[in-house]
Ligand binder design. Structure first.
Ligand SMILES: *Cc1c(COP(=O)(O)O)cnc(C)c1O
Length: 350
């Protein structure tokens, strides 16, 4: 297999001239900025946000680079990983012609972005054990297949996808394999980051929205070879990461220890919740989880969902999702929240 990104990128994306912002064109030292039509006086806030943010997020990327062990030029930052997902469609998938492959049940945004971009989605459901169906994937791939999305650990099933199976895709598919590692901090499996140097067709997505506790800031990361990163930068909105997010993310990334503690507690709490859920008379299955949530099959799941909602406890009803009949997805809360959840479930009678 010969990977050449130029064969994959849409013609219009190759040909277009990207927007060149004022802050992009001048990168030297200066004290008076009259180039971007900003308000030179300040902002009606204690912090000033009157200046446009750094369009390439240099400082933040340096910080992420040192934590993740990925050179800055192999990092793209987006307004959530959702932005990176959307941009991958726009770079690689010709609307009305190309297709992508996803493995349901999985994260909903791949399909939403495909629909938005008028791109066909080929669905190859996971096997009963929630692993890849490699034979059916092989027959689904055609010359117009540009992207394959692998969510690992997978949402909503919680399991990690077999590393060997992902490597089979990376070695045999000449489009891009996008591995969504949103939950990697909770997983026993290792990240694919060390494999970036080996596979030019690999894109890894991570996010500050889960283990880092920063869903409200909206910061997603894509790690990939430079040709892919260059195209993401070419078509992104010039100031896609706002100043507040850049500053706060740099500050947060300096506080690794609290994040590590929460992650450890979450994993301990998950084990406790799994035991408690198994004790309930209506629980059929508690699936193994490498994430910060548990998928569980319960007799009358939708009724249990409504019962909990009436008590002010909201879980995710996945009972209508393929392979998830009668399943609820429950995020691990604080110890106090988990105790309340179990107390309510213990009091439930169908
Ligand atoms: C939560 C989640 C994300 C996070 O998306 P952001 O836009 O970064 O908040 C990405 N992928 C999966 C599978 C998720 O569950």
């Amino acid at each position: 297999m010969e990977f050449n990104i130029e064969n994959l990128v849409r013609d219009n994306i190759k040909k277009m001239t990207p927007y060149s912002s004022a802050r992009h064109e001048f990168s030297g030292d200066a004290t008076i900025f009259l180039d971007a039509n900003e308000n030179s006086f300040g902002s009606p806030l204690t912090e000033n946000y009157n200046r446009y943010p750094d369009p390439i997020q240099s400082k933040l990327k340096e910080k992420i680079s040192s934590i993740k062990g990925v050179p800055s030029q192999n990092i793209f930052l987006g307004n959530g990983s959702d932005e990176a997902i959307d941009l991958l469609f726009r770079i690689f998938c010709n609307p009305g012609k190309d297709n992508v492959i996803i493995f349901p049940p999985t994260y909903g945004m791949y399909e939403v972005c495909a629909a938005m971009n008028d791109v066909q989605v080929k669905k190859v459901p996971l096997l009963e054990n929630f692993q890849l169906n490699l034979e059916r994937i092989e027959t689904a791939i055609d010359p117009d297949t540009k992207l394959i999305f692998v969510c690992s650990p997978n949402n909503p099933t919680g399991n990690s996808i077999s590393r060997n199976d992902i490597e089979v895709l990376l070695n045999n598919f000449d489009g891009l394999v996008v591995i969504d590692e949103a939950y990697i901090n909770y997983a026993k499996q290792k990240t694919f980051i060390p494999e970036l140097t080996e596979y030019p067709n690999l894109v890894i997505l991570q996010t500050l929205s889960k283990a880092w506790g920063l869903a409200g800031l909206r910061l997603g990361m894509a790690f990939a070879g430079q040709p892919i990163i260059n195209y993401l930068n070419k078509i992104k909105y010039p100031y896609n990461i706002n100043t507040a997010t850049q500053q706060l993310a740099i500050e947060a990334l300096g506080n690794i220890s609290s994040v590590n503690n929460w992650t450890k507690t979450t994993v301990e709490q998950k084990e406790w919740l799994q035991q408690e859920l198994l004790r309930l008379p209506f629980t059929q299955t508690v699936y193994p989880s490498d994430a910060n949530f548990i998928l569980t099959k319960m007799t009358g799941a939708s009724a249990i969902y409504s019962y909990l909602a009436d008590k002010g406890i909201i879980v995710r009803d996945r009972s209508k999702v393929i392979l998830c009949d009668d399943c609820l997805r429950i995020t691990i809360g604080t110890p106090e929240e988990n105790i309340q959840l179990i107390a309510s479930l213990n009091a439930y009678t169908a």
